[in-house]
Design a binder for this molecule. Structure first.
Ligand SMILES: Nc1ncnc2c1ncn2[C@@H]1O[C@H](COP(=O)(O)OP(=O)(O)O)[C@@H](O)[C@H]1O
Ligand SMILES: O=C(O)C1=C[C@@H](OP(=O)(O)O)[C@@H](O)[C@H](O)C1
Length: 285
């Protein structure tokens, strides 16, 4: 690879607490990735999503622009992401894409040592706000993807309240549809703030799996998503939730017990991923 090129990967994540009710959110990284390649050159920044030629590329272009404005010399770049994570599905592919592009751009500029990963995640959040793909900025999802493990954040302040490490097996199910966070019914989410406060209390006490289950039932109700996929698998899972604004659901527990979750969700249309939590976070590759 030439010194003008950079490459990085960032993990997707699942939800413990959706931040749309109160601004406090929590998420955990999973072992599925968005990868980004950046080539410096020219005068414009242009982005492509390998598996979705019609996708909105403003987020990844804005991330590269902000990184180049701060750590480069105003040069252009071509940016490409490729991923196994479904887009606009609640599994935080937008946060993972922003993080992967931020680190790949720094890698291309030979500037990975000049910036902490937390700072790089905050630049991704700024880009997500500029691109209009987020409600709160989603620093919960961005920090979980960038740092790995579980994080609890205050998205109003972009403050990291907790980072912790967990070791769970994970199953995700994504129905065959998309739900853009920017289209979510935020007013209805705000109405369940007392439930979100309870979920935050559980998460801050380290009871992440109970927290995510309470989150799942509360936000399924607020976002008008079915609770059935959670009810059916709860006996087998240590925790289950609607992830983000959906449509995906995520269950955690031990691999053997989660087989029953896979069996239940496999009868439904859509895609299933069997994975684990991830603690290393995002990195140049
Ligand atoms: N792999 C990707 N590459 C480039 N941009 C992406 C990628 N994934 C998501 N995005 C951007 O994020 C938007 C979707 O964000 P959002 O609705 O928050 O979904 P998610 O829950 O998957 O993060 C897309 O319209 C696109 O702009
Ligand atoms: O846009 C946002 O501010 C958020 C979107 C949701 O995630 P998804 O993007 O996965 O729906 C939510 O879980 C997160 O806490 C904040």
């Amino acid at each position: 690879m030439s010194t003008m090129d950079g490459r990085a990967e960032a993990p997707a994540a699942g939800t413990v607490l959706n931040a749309l009710a109160t601004g406090t959110g929590s998420a955990f990284a999973i072992d599925e990735y968005v990868r980004a390649s950046v080539s410096l050159g020219g005068t414009n920044v242009t982005g492509t999503v390998a598996e979705a030629p019609d996708a909105d590329t403003r987020l990844i272009e804005r991330v590269a622009e902000l990184i180049i404005a701060e750590y480069g010399d105003g040069q252009g770049a071509t940016v490409e992401t490729d991923s196994t994570v479904p887009m606009a599905a609640g599994l935080k592919s937008s946060s993972a894409a922003a993080n992967a592009v931020a680190l790949a751009t720094l890698d291309a500029l030979d500037a990975t040592e000049a910036v902490t990963r937390e700072r790089a995640a905050r630049i991704g959040v700024e880009a997500a706000r500029d691109a209009g793909v987020t409600v709160t900025g989603a620093f919960d999802d961005a920090s979980a993807s960038m740092l790995g493990g579980v994080t609890v954040t205050d998205n109003d302040e972009d403050a990291l309240l907790v980072r912790d490490e967990v070791d769970w097996d994970v199953v995700t199910w994504t129905p065959p549809e998309q739900a853009f966070s920017a289209d979510a019914d935020v007013d209805r989410c705000r109405k369940i703030a007392p439930m979100a406060d309870l979920v935050a209390e559980l998460a801050l006490a380290g009871r992440y799996r109970t927290a995510m289950t309470v989150n799942g039932f509360a936000f399924a109700a607020a976002l008008d998503r079915p609770a059935g996929p959670m009810v059916e698998v709860l006996p087998a899972a240590a925790g289950v939730s609607l992830s983000g604004t959906g449509p995906s659901y995520v269950a955690v527990g031990d691999r053997d017990a989660l087989e029953a979750v896979v069996d239940e969700w496999a009868d439904r249309p859509g895609t299933i991923m069997e994975t684990t939590t991830q603690t290393a976070g995002a990195r140049p590759i």
